[in-house]
Design a protein around this ligand. Structure first.
Ligand SMILES: NC(=O)c1ccc[n+]([C@@H]2O[C@H](COP(=O)([O-])OP(=O)(O)OC[C@H]3O[C@@H](n4cnc5c(N)ncnc54)[C@H](OP(=O)(O)O)[C@@H]3O)[C@@H](O)[C@H]2O)c1
Ligand SMILES: [Zn+2]
Length: 341
């Protein structure tokens, strides 16, 4: 690893501290280096707050060193006026010696414009340093902007004999260690989705009680509005989108969005794109998961298996024939991770 790569690696490390907290913005980290020494560091904490570059600049004690310094940033500096002025202009104004960019920003409003502002100001700018890692860091953000849909993660827990529940009634399938992992996974993603039957049978609240982080946006598929509004998924703790075929209406934390059953997947993807949902975990049940699998609309899958548990009868696990990238064991449960393509 050369020195540019080392500093970009540090940017990634910093950026990752805000995992799950920056939606709909990307995670970005920045490091300022003068004569081989880091004199400033920062990352983007939350949408609406300072961008990484600004936090890094603000952390520099001796600002007079900036014109002789290089600023490293994991994602192309922005070029548009959003909630904050463009970082590319700030970099130009302060007159950095050099700018090193991890990945370019494919977001329509940036897409090369940030780098161009910097270069037009006569500042040397290079990009594509640890590019693969920088894209992986923001896989949700890049998928959202490039595919115009959220990054999709399928997740379920099945018994040794391949069931999701017992006799179509909720049953604990995974152990407490895995449950904690699942809550962390939820906190990292922007949203979490369940089908009608799961909401009715399990009455889940879909919050992140056992982990640190924000509650994801809850998404309920309920065409005929069968799930009563006193169910946990309607609780005040988090925002809920209810995709249905009856009404379009927002009250407090609940937003009803009308979609058609016949064009379920495209309508859902459009609605989630419009709501700026950058990632979603599909938590079931079988019917819902299978629609994503059959449509090939998924990026990752996480399958928990409790090998010694036999449930004999109930909702079958989805049909899914892919090879896991890796499998981890948590006591008597295994967790397999899959990525599509
Ligand atoms: N072990 C696990 O990881 C896990 C996870 C989640 C759920 N579960 C279990 O799975 C069971 C429920 O699974 P399920 O397959 O019966 O139900 P589900 O996927 O939660 O809900 C499916 C139902 O939603 C309605 N629906 C209609 N169109 C839909 C669409 N396009 N997308 C989504 N839903 C649509 C349909 O009901 P109508 O035909 O009535 O309209 C459909 O039967 C529960 O007992 C739950 O405990 C287990
Ligand atoms: Zn910016």
């Amino acid at each position: 690893m050369n020195t540019d790569e080392l500093y970009i690696k540090r940017c990634i490390e910093l950026a990752r501290k805000a995992l799950g907290k920056t939606y709909p913005n990307p995670m970005v980290g920045s490091v300022i280096v003068h004569n081989g020494k880091i004199i400033g560091e920062g990352y983007h904490h939350k949408a609406g707050e300072n961008h990484a570059e600004i936090n890094a600049i603000n952390s520099v004690e001796h600002k007079e060193l900036i014109p002789e310094s290089t600023i490293y940033v994991s994602l192309e500096p922005c070029a548009h006026y959003g909630k904050t002025p463009p970082c590319a202009l700030k970099i130009k104004e302060l007159g950095f010696k050099k700018v090193v960019i991890g990945a370019m920003d494919s977001h329509d409003k940036v897409n090369g414009k940030g780098k161009k502002i910097i270069q037009d100001a006569g500042i040397e700018a290079i990009s594509g340093i640890l590019e693969k890692e920088c894209i992986e860091l923001n896989k949700r953000f890049f998928t959202y902007h490039e595919k115009k849909r959220p990054y999709i993660i399928l997740k379920w827990a099945e018994s040794g004999d391949g069931f999701l529940d017992k006799d179509f009634k909720p049953t604990a399938v995974s152990n407490t260690l895995v449950n904690q992992l699942v809550h962390q996974l939820r906190a990292d993603e922007h949203a979490i989705l369940v089908g009608t039957q799961t909401a009715l049978n399990d009455n889940p609240s879909l919050t992140v009680r056992n982990a640190e982080g924000e509650n994801p946006v809850r998404i309920l598929i309920d065409f005929d509005l069968k799930v009563p509004e006193n169910f946990n998924i309607y609780s005040k703790e988090a925002k809920t989108l209810v995709l249905n075929s009856i009404k379009e209406e927002t009250k407090d934390n609940i937003q009803f969005i009308k979609i058609k059953k016949e064009s379920f997947m495209p309508d859902l993807m459009n609605a989630l794109y419009k709501e700026q949902i950058q990632s979603v975990i599909i938590e079931g049940g079988r019917f819902t998961l299978q629609q994503f699998i059959d449509a090939g609309l998924w990026d990752e899958a996480i399958v928990i298996k409790n090998e010694s548990l036999k449930l004999e009868n109930g909702t079958k696990a989805p049909e899914f024939s892919y090879t896991a990238n890796k499998t981890e064991n948590y006591r008597d449960n295994s967790v397999s991770f899959f990525t599509s393509k």
